[in-house]
Design a protein around this ligand. Structure first.
Ligand SMILES: [Zn+2]
Length: 575
């Protein structure tokens, strides 16, 4: 006898009593009867006018780009099925109105032809710079030449910028916006010397990813990877100092936990914020058993909260909301560019850990909700949600095993769902796949994600939506423009040394010395000034015997970079 619809509802209600998951939305999924004509529809009628309404041209003031690393369609479906049921909806990721697919392939470095499976470095370099490149490249082309990133271009155009991740800040996706190295593993000075010697500071390169990140000077940089900051610079102005000390010397506000981040009130080019919330990658939100050779046929399980999750580690949604609130300045002429990455969808997929992977997808989804909430209120923000590549997890017939690894979960529908991984054996690392991935948009110019595009199209979509001039030079370092005492001058009586700097520095130090011996400076001499673009040193030259002297002028920028100028002159009161 076929059960009646009422009987099915009762059965569903009983099934609910048996389940206790980390997911809390089971009631919604179980309360939905899908058996009737049209019951499973997602549309509530003709979409023509609502889609027309979502297609907006013009320019965007802000762009928020959210990346689910390794979040192919299979990974999205899996998270939806588990957390909200097959007929449910991820409230963030599934809410963007305009959707397309993009190709993610990389290039073979040896011949420039397609490499069908990309890694995060090549794919991220593609949308960050608009130039396709080889696996392992961080924003350099197949010849190793640096390609400018969206974050660098946005900063040069006067926008505020942010780079947020749950991975190490040196990991490929966050790194492509702030660094240019030939091999993704060049996190810190020691690894750079070994793996990318041409990029090492001591060899005249731009330095490791961490050192370049400090120079890129995003207003907001939040993630893991604190370990690399404990290494010491091998060359340059900060030689012998740790990269963390360098960050502090360059004006960064460093915070290390959620409470510290909550207290940050401003983030700008004078005092950017650097959040280092883990030594390596963030701990995952959820845990559960790995897929194994027999897992698919074993008792179905529900995911649980990860007991090892430190309470001090901020959630991705909290970091996203905080970054938005720090970057959004209605009083400013320009808006902001923010990249946000949910990194461990990929990393848990590599580990054949379905619960770890789903929890990270839900974590990213919460960040997408935070971004959409802001964009809807703001009205001038383009939000794009996409992935860098697909991954190995597949949804297979419930309760089955495969030649690979499987694990069966109980979903919000109170139904068994079996996840299979088939690109590596137990204990190995499951690999990426070459599938196209979803790209979804909301806001001005979101129509440019519709249809089939390539990940490099995203660079141009965002550049043009923000009306960025890709050739605009980066903000200048503070230097001396002019000194009213010229080289070889003869001075007598009272003199005010007037210095003019090109941009407003943090401070300027003007020192009088003779043969390398300090005599006075503008922090000591009465009437002198240190701040602003026109610092002064007031001297009464009659306090010093006639002879040869030097003015040593050090301009210290807000980025901690010092530039020096020396003027040689003569005091001649008696000749
Ligand atoms: Zn990966």
């Amino acid at each position: 006898m076929r059960p009646t619809r009422a009987g099915r509802r009762a059965g569903l209600a009983m099934a609910l009593v048996g389940g206790l998951a980390v997911a809390t939305t089971a009631a919604t999924a179980l309360g939905t009867d899908l058996t009737g004509h049209g019951d499973a529809r997602r549309l509530d009628g003709d979409q023509t006018s609502s889609i027309k309404h979502e297609v907006k041209g013009g320019a965007a003031r802000n762009v928020i780009l959210l990346i689910g690393d390794g979040m192919g369609d299979s990974e999205i479906t899996l998270a939806r099925d588990y957390q909200y049921g097959a007929a449910g909806r991820l409230p963030g990721i599934d809410a963007l109105p305009l959707t397309g697919q993009y190709t993610t392939y990389s290039l073979d470095r040896s011949n420039g032809r397609p490499d069908y499976v990309t890694d995060s470095a090549a794919s991220g370099s593609g949308w960050a710079t608009g130039t396709k490149t080889y696996n392992g490249a961080i924003s350099v082309d197949v010849d190793g030449d640096a390609q400018r990133s969206l974050l660098e271009i946005a900063r040069a155009n006067g926008l505020r910028t942010g780079d947020v991740t749950t991975a190490e800040l040196q990991d490929a996706t966050p790194a492509v916006q702030v660094a240019h190295v030939s091999e993704r593993g060049c996190y810190a000075p020691s690894s750079t010397t070994k793996k990318c010697p041409e990029n090492a500071l001591e060899n005249g390169g731009a330095g490791s990813i961490t050192e370049q990140l400090l120079g890129a000077r995003a207003d907001v940089t939040l993630g893991g990877g604190a370990a690399s900051f404990r290494e010491t610079a091998k060359a340059g102005q900060w030689q012998g100092k740790t990269l963390l000390d360098q960050a502090k010397a360059r004006g960064y506000q460093v915070v290390t936990d959620a409470a510290g981040l909550a207290k940050v009130a401003t983030a700008d080019q004078k005092t950017p914020v650097l959040g280092l919330f883990a030594d390596g990658n963030f701990a995952t939100r959820w845990s559960g058993p790995l897929a194994t050779h027999t897992g698919g046929a074993e008792t179905p399980v529900r995911c649980t909260a990860n007991p090892a999750l430190p309470a001090t580690q901020p959630k991705l949604a909290d970091m996203t909301s905080k970054a938005i609130s720090l970057l959004d300045d209605r009083g400013a002429k320009k808006g902001f560019f923010l990249q946000v990455e949910g990194a461990s969808i990929d990393k848990q997929d590599h580990a054949a850990n379905p619960c770890g992977q789903i929890g990270e997808t839900v974590d990213l989804d919460e960040a997408v909700q935070a971004a959409l909430d802001f964009a809807k209120k703001d009205g001038h923000t383009l939000v794009v949600v996409t992935a860098d590549h697909g991954h190995s997890s597949q949804i297979v017939y419930p309760g089955t095993t495969t030649p690979g690894l499987t694990r069966t979960l109980v979903t919000a529908d109170d139904q068994p769902l079996t996840v299979a991984y088939g690109t590596a054996d137990e204990g190995g690392s499951q690999d990426h796949t070459g599938t196209q991935v979803r790209v979804a948009g909301y806001g001005p110019r979101a129509a440019n994600v519709v249809g089939l595009t390539d990940q490099t199209d995203l660079f141009f979509t965002i550049r043009d939506a923000l009306r960025l001039d890709a050739d605009k030079p980066a903000p200048e370092e503070a230097t001396v423009d002019n000194v009213n005492v010229s080289d070889g001058a003869r001075l007598k009586g009272r003199v005010t040394v007037k210095v003019t700097t090109n941009v407003e520095p943090k401070y300027t130090y003007i020192e009088l010395n003779q043969g390398g011996r300090w005599l006075t400076d503008n922090t000591k001499a009465p009437g002198s000034t240190q701040a602003g673009k026109r610092p002064t040193l007031v001297l009464d030259t009659r306090d010093y015997p006639d002879g040869a002297y030097q003015l040593k002028i050090d301009v210290v920028g807000h980025d901690g970079v010092t530039s020096e100028k020396v003027v040689h002159f003569t005091i001649a009161n008696h000749r």
